[in-house]
Design a protein around this ligand. Structure first.
Ligand SMILES: C[S@@+](CC[C@H](N)C(=O)[O-])C[C@H]1O[C@@H](n2cnc3c(N)ncnc32)[C@H](O)[C@@H]1O
Length: 274
């Protein structure tokens, strides 16, 4: 049986691909770039001479000191041994400015990393990210409403960023080769909460409730979350068919329903499910 590498360590060995990933971030000469999971430095070594400042976050206790040693002569490069999910990104961003992110992500925590990036993007800390992930996850992030892959991750991503699908790599681009294809996405952080007239925390929670069970209609998911039938009936916008599933709806009608539900005094927690 093939042994799975620990910490999602499939290192990029395709030279064209690592240059294409670094190039996708554009001109970073005046930018702070945060690299997630630099590993053996495949992308780090391309960005080190280009970036205004490069901060690479690596969890592996052997790889991090080896990289720190290798880049010790380059004052613009900092290698930090840390779990990216525990890192406080706000401390890495220049005061009053934003940073960019790059990374061939460790696939076992891709969704958690993306959520962390969206939160930081909404807080105005990040501008762009070029990130590689398992193809199936990238397809979900960039899916449009109504297609099979569209779900909570797509809605959350598209509330927070414009998503460009860049290119896909086969397992042979990595060593050891993973069992899956990998896709590179570019995210331009541009939160839509204000434009759609919703508050970020409340709407994020509403999306989770709306997509809670794929086989249920949106109305049934919201009833299960505690909204009463009467409240749903008076708030339901005419643009949304009563039998619709959240997976078929764009963010505009979802925001319209959320605004209608929250503009009335009754809160979901005080509703009786009927
Ligand atoms: C897919 S490899 C990419 C390595 C390198 N950037 C490349 O392209 O060859 C993922 C990297 O993320 C690191 N990693 C895994 N979990 C991490 C975490 N929680 N925080 C930071 N780095 C992590 C792994 O040690 C590994 O170096």
């Amino acid at each position: 049986m093939k042994r799975k590498p620990k910490l999602g360590q499939n290192f990029l060995v395709d030279d064209r691909a690592r240059h294409a990933i670094a190039d996708a971030l554009g001109d970073v000469s005046q930018r702070t770039v945060i690299e997630i999971g630099p590993g053996r430095g495949a992308i780090t070594e391309i960005l080190a001479p280009r970036a205004g400042r490069l901060i690479a976050l690596e969890l592996d206790r052997e790889l991090a000191p080896a990289l720190a040693q290798r880049f010790s002569g380059q004052s613009k490069v900092e290698i930090v041994e840390i779990d990216v999910l525990r890192a406080d990104l706000s401390t890495l961003v220049p005061p009053g400015g934003t940073a960019d992110v790059i990374g061939n992500l460790p696939y076992y925590i891709t969704s958690d990393i993306l959520l962390k990036l969206f939160t930081a993007g909404s807080a105005g800390l990040l501008s762009r990210a070029v990130v590689m992930m398992q193809r199936e996850v990238a397809d979900r992030v960039s899916a449009s409403p109504g297609v099979r892959d569209y779900g909570l991750l797509s809605a959350t991503a598209q509330m927070n960023a414009r998503v460009d699908h860049l290119f896909t790599l086969p397992p042979s681009a990595f060593s050891p080769p993973p069992e899956v294809y990998s896709t590179v996405l570019r995210l331009h952080f541009a939160p839509r909460f204000a434009e759609l007239g919703v508050d970020a925390t409340g709407f994020d929670a509403f999306l989770k409730q709306s997509f809670a069970q794929k086989r249920k209609t949106l109305e049934n998911n919201l009833r299960a979350a505690g909204y009463s039938s009467s409240k749903l009936a008076v708030s339901w916008p005419t643009v949304i068919p009563r039998q619709a599933r959240a997976e078929s709806l764009g963010l505009e009608p979802m925001a319209e329903l959320y605004r209608a539900l929250t503009s009335q005094a009754e809160a979901p927690s005080s509703c009786t499910a009927q």
